[in-house]
Structures are given as structure tokens and as C-alpha cells.
Design a binder for this molecule. Structure first.
Ligand code: FE2
Length: 245
């Protein structure tokens, strides 16, 4: 058996164990007592309206499946994942490598030609919502869909230009039965379709699984969120959602 197959089987075994893990109330209380920026994740006090959400889902579902692609060079790569750029530069693979290699935001920005950044797929309801997220500069809005049978092995992110709560923003658009998203210390991530979450993925191992029969739709927004507006949003969110996590 190849080394790759052995590694995959091992990571499947870890994923099954991880998905079955229950964190004790004591562990959860201790985790939630951490400072805001040291928490595993934070749901944000903003949400796509029901009406806009159904329109966004309708448009995404109407996109021919051949337009979705898969690209990831992470060691423990996700299975059955679909990507698609809504906003960003034309060359996804270059963007992926650039954000992975940049040591910080300034280093990343100095390597980019922002004239190439634009809405590649125009969904007005999505554009309006993304533009309401406080940030210094928007980099990318992309699909991170999980087809039935999809999974992301237990991993920690290796981000260098995103830290703590100033991280990429993940937005679930639907949550069909059979989907799971767990993070160390707290267990099930608080999911509401249309509500963004920032994940402290560099510090806390996390994983997802789609054991259902429907496609799970999600977005990732990458942006420089080091601004007062986002900091205020985080502290408002902390007060509102800590009790629900
Ligand atoms: Fe991750």
C-alpha cells in the first residue's frame, strides 16, 4: 500500500473519532473563558437576510457544475469539495499560493496587482452583503461547497497573514441534514445559514463532514479586517453569541 493511502486511511480514522468526541461542560466553560481573540471561533452579529439568501442559493444552484473546480495543496486535503471565485483575481491558484506564502498582510498586498481584482460572478445580493462586512480591503469571495460524502480531515490551518479573529470569514448558506462542523474545545460549531463565522483555525484543530445526500453550500471571504468597524463587530458578537456557543 502506498504511503499516501496509509495516510488517508489514518486521517479517516482520526476524523471518525473526532466527530464522535464530546467535550465536557467543564472543558467548554474553560474554553469560553478565553479572551475573545483566543477563542476557537466567533459567529458574527450580522446575517444575510432570508430573501437575499434564497436568491444567492438559487443563483449558485443554477451554475453549471463544470464551472466549479477543486484546488488545494494542503497536506491533508478535503474530499468532495467545490470551489468557485465570485470576487478576486482571475488566477485562483496564484491567489491561493500567494495568501499561503505571504508572511503578513503588507507582504501580501505588496505582491498583488489589485487592478485584477473584481467581481467575477455578479450576484447583487451577495455583493451587498459582502460590502457590509467592515474591512480595509476585500481579497476574495469564493465557494467552498461540500458534496455528499465530503469531508475535511482534522487539521489546523497554516495561515501566516490571518490570525485569531482577524481571519478568513466562513459563511454557511445552507446546512442539510448529515452535516457536521466540529472544533476542539467546544465541539459543534454554532451554525445558522447566512451567519458568518470567524475561525481561529491556526490554534484549534477542526474538521467537517457531509454525511447527508445534499450539497452543502458555503462561502469563504478573505479580507484585511484589521479595522475599527470589524473590531467593534467582534466585541458586539462576543457579547451576543458567547452564551450560544
Ligand atoms: Fe481549516
Amino acid at each position: 500500500m502506498s504511503e499516501d493511502n496509509t495516510r488517508l486511511q489514518y486521517s479517516d480514522m482520526i476524523l471518525d473519532r473526532f466527530m464522535g468526541t464530546e467535550w465536557s461542560e467543564q472543558e467548554r466553560v474553560e474554553t469560553k473563558a478565553l479572551d475573545l481573540h483566543a477563542l476557537p471561533y466567533m459567529p458574527l452579529d450580522m446575517k444575510i437576510s432570508e430573501k437575499a439568501l434564497s436568491k444567492i442559493i438559487e443563483v449558485i444552484n443554477s451554475i453549471d457544475s463544470k464551472n466549479f473546480f477543486y484546488f488545494c495543496e494542503a497536506k491533508d486535503f478535503p474530499v468532495n469539495m467545490e470551489k468557485l471565485t465570485f470576487y478576486g483575481p482571475g488566477d485562483y491558484e496564484k491567489f491561493w499560493r500567494d495568501t499561503k506564502n505571504a508572511v503578513d498582510i503588507e507582504n501580501f498586498e505588496s505582491s498583488q496587482n489589485f487592478n485584477e481584482y473584481k467581481w467575477q460572478i455578479d450576484i447583487p445580493e451577495l455583493k451587498d452583503f459582502v460590502e457590509s462586512i467592515p474591512c480595509n480591503r476585500l481579497y476574495m469571495v469564493e465557494s467552498r461547497n461540500s458534496q455528499p460524502g465530503g469531508k475535511t480531515p482534522v487539521h489546523i490551518d497554516k495561515e501566516k497573514m490571518f490570525h485569531g479573529m482577524y481571519n478568513r470569514i466562513w459563511i454557511p448558506l445552507n446546512w442539510p441534514d448529515g452535516n457536521m462542523f466540529k472544533i476542539t474545545g467546544l465541539g459543534d460549531v454554532h451554525i445558522e445559514p447566512g451567519r458568518p463565522i470567524v475561525l481561529n483555525g491556526n490554534k484549534f484543530p477542526h474538521a467537517t463532514m457531509n454525511k447527508g445526500s445534499e450539497r452543502r453550500l458555503a462561502l469563504i471571504v478573505s479580507a484585511d479586517t484589521h479595522c475599527d468597524g470589524f473590531t467593534d463587530l467582534l466585541s458586539r458578537s462576543h457579547k451576543k453569541f458567547l452564551g450560544k456557543m
